[in-house]
Write a protein that binds this ligand. Structure first.
Ligand SMILES: Cc1ncc(COP(=O)(O)O)c(C=O)c1O
Length: 382
C-alpha cells in the first residue's frame, strides 16, 4: 500500500479495494485462487510462504488488508463464520481463565459461553455492559484474561462506552475484544478506542448481500496472542473458502455506501414509530430517548447503524402477527443485507433469552425508506 492509499477515506479505500491491480495481467479485480496446496521449491523451501490450503489462501489477502485498513489495525484474519472467529478468541485462553462478557449480546455466542466454554473450564461472568460500574465490579485484577464487549448489542442495542471499558479492562490486566458486527468497520473503530481485538460476523454488513457466511478478527498488534490465534485458525480448520473470500471483498467495496443508506433508513423508521400508539418502545441508539444515545454520539461516526427493535404494545402474539403481515420486509434471522429483515427475536433465542417477548428486531436494508415505513405501518394493523 502506498503512502497516498494509506490516507484514503474509507469509501475510497473500499471502492478501490485499496488500489489493488495485477502487475502480470493488468486485471483490476483480484482472482479467486482455487487450490488446496502449493508447490515446494526444488531446494525444499516454501519461499511463497504458502504450503497448504488449510492455513493459507491468497484470495484472503486483499479483503484482510482492506478490513485491517478500515479498522486501523495491524492485521486481520478471515474465518469460516463469525462464530468461528469469536470462539477462536476464547479458545486461545486457558482453562480456569476468568472472562467478563455482556448479558445482552449475540445469543449464539452467549449460549456457547455459558455451555461449551464453561464446560471446558472458562469462568464466564455476564454483566450489564451498558453500566461501567458493573464492568468494573466484575473485573478481577490479574485473573480476568478477557473482557468481551459488543456495541451496539443485540437485540436491545445496549451501547457500551468502549474507550472507558477498554481502560477498565486494561487496568485489570485483561485483553479487550469486541464484537463490532453492527458498527461494521466504518461506524466505529474500536481499536482506535483502545480495544486489542475486533471481531465481525462478516456474514452481515461486510458482505452485505445475504449470500456468504464468514467471520473476521482484526488485531491492534501482531503480538504473541495473535500468533496463537493464527495457529488456532489453522489447526481448527476455520479458514474461509476462497469463493466466499472473493464474494466478501466484492461486498466490502460498497460497505460505506450501503451503511450510509441503512443508517438513514433506520433513523427514519425509528423516528416514525417512536410515539406510535401501537408501539410501546423503539430501541435505536440514534434516538435521544435511548439510554446509550450520548455514548453513541461520542463513539459512532456517520450514523447509528441499520439495526433497531420495536416493542409491540399488544404483546407477543401481536408482535408475531405483525411479522406475519409484512410484504416488503423479509421474515428471517440475520442482519446487514441489502434487503430489510424482521424477526421475532425471543422465538429464535429460546429459553433464557433477555429479548422481551413483544420485541421485533429490524434490520433496515437499503430500499426506499417510505416503502419500508408504509409496509411496517400496515403490518402493525389498527
Ligand atoms: C452480532 C453478531 N455476532 C456474531 C454472529 C455470529 O456470526 P455468524 O453467523 O457469521 O457465525 C452474529 C450472527 O447472527 C451476530 O449477529
Amino acid at each position: 500500500m502506498s503512502e497516498t492509499e494509506k490516507r484514503w477515506h474509507p469509501a475510497t479505500a473500499a471502492a478501490h479495494a485499496l488500489g489493488w491491480e495485477d502487475d502480470a495481467t493488468k486485471s483490476l479485480t483480484p482472482p479467486i485462487h482455487l487450490t488446496s496446496t502449493y508447490i515446494r521449491d526444488p531446494d525444499n523451501q516454501y519461499r511463497s510462504g504458502r504450503s497448504y490450503g488449510r492455513p493459507h489462501n491468497p484470495t484472503h489477502e486483499v479483503p484482510e488488508r482492506l478490513l485491517s485498513h478500515l479498522e486501523g489495525g495491524a492485521a486481520a484474519m478471515l474465518f469460516s463464520s463469525g462464530m468461528a472467529a469469536a470462539t477462536a478468541v476464547f479458545l486461545a485462553l486457558r482453562p480456569g481463565d476468568h472472562v467478563v462478557a455482556p448479558r445482552v449480546m449475540y445469543w449464539g455466542l452467549r449460549h456457547w459461553l455459558t455451555g461449551f466454554a464453561s464446560e471446558w473450564g472458562l469462568k464466564v461472568e455476564l454483566v450489564d455492559a451498558g453500566d461501567l460500574g458493573a464492568i468494573k465490579a466484575a473485573l478481577r485484577p490479574r485473573q480476568t484474561k478477557l473482557l468481551w464487549l459488543e456495541s451496539p448489542a443485540n437485540p436491545t442495542w445496549v451501547v457500551t462506552d468502549i474507550a472507558a471499558a477498554a481502560e477498565l479492562g486494561h487496568k485489570a490486566g485483561a485483553r479487550v475484544a469486541i464484537d463490532s458486527t453492527v458498527a461494521a468497520a466504518v461506524l466505529t473503530n474500536p481499536i482506535k478506542l483502545g480495544c486489542d481485538l475486533v471481531m465481525h460476523s462478516a456474514t452481515k454488513y461486510l458482505n452485505g448481500h445475504t449470500d456468504v457466511v464468514a467471520g473476521a478478527l482484526v488485531t491492534a498488534a501482531a503480538d504473541e496472542f495473535w500468533t496463537r490465534l493464527v495457529a488456532l485458525r489453522t489447526s481448527n480448520g476455520a479458514l474461509l473458502g476462497p469463493v466466499e473470500a472473493w464474494l466478501l471483498l466484492r461486498g466490502m467495496r460498497t460497505l460505506p455506501l450501503r451503511l450510509e443508506r441503512a443508517c438513514r433508513n433506520a433513523q427514519e423508521i425509528a423516528e416514525r414509530f417512536a410515539g406510535d400508539p401501537r408501539v410501546s418502545a423503539v430501541l435505536y441508539p440514534g434516538l435521544a430517548t435511548h439510554p446509550g444515545h450520548a455514548v453513541a454520539v461520542k463513539q459512532m461516526t456517520g450514523g447509528f447503524g441499520g439495526m433497531l427493535s420495536i416493542r409491540v404494545k399488544r404483546g407477543e402474539m401481536a408482535a408475531i402477527s405483525t411479522a406475519a403481515r409484512v410484504k416488503i420486509w423479509k421474515r428471517a434471522t440475520s442482519l446487514g443485507g441489502v434487503e430489510s429483515l424482521v424477526e421475532h427475536r425471543a422465538s429464535i433465542e429460546g429459553a433464557g433469552s433477555p429479548a422481551p417477548p413483544d420485541l421485533l428486531r429490524l434490520s433496515a436494508g437499503i430500499e426506499n425508506a417510505r416503502d419500508l415505513i408504509d409496509d411496517l405501518d400496515q403490518a402493525l394493523g389498527n
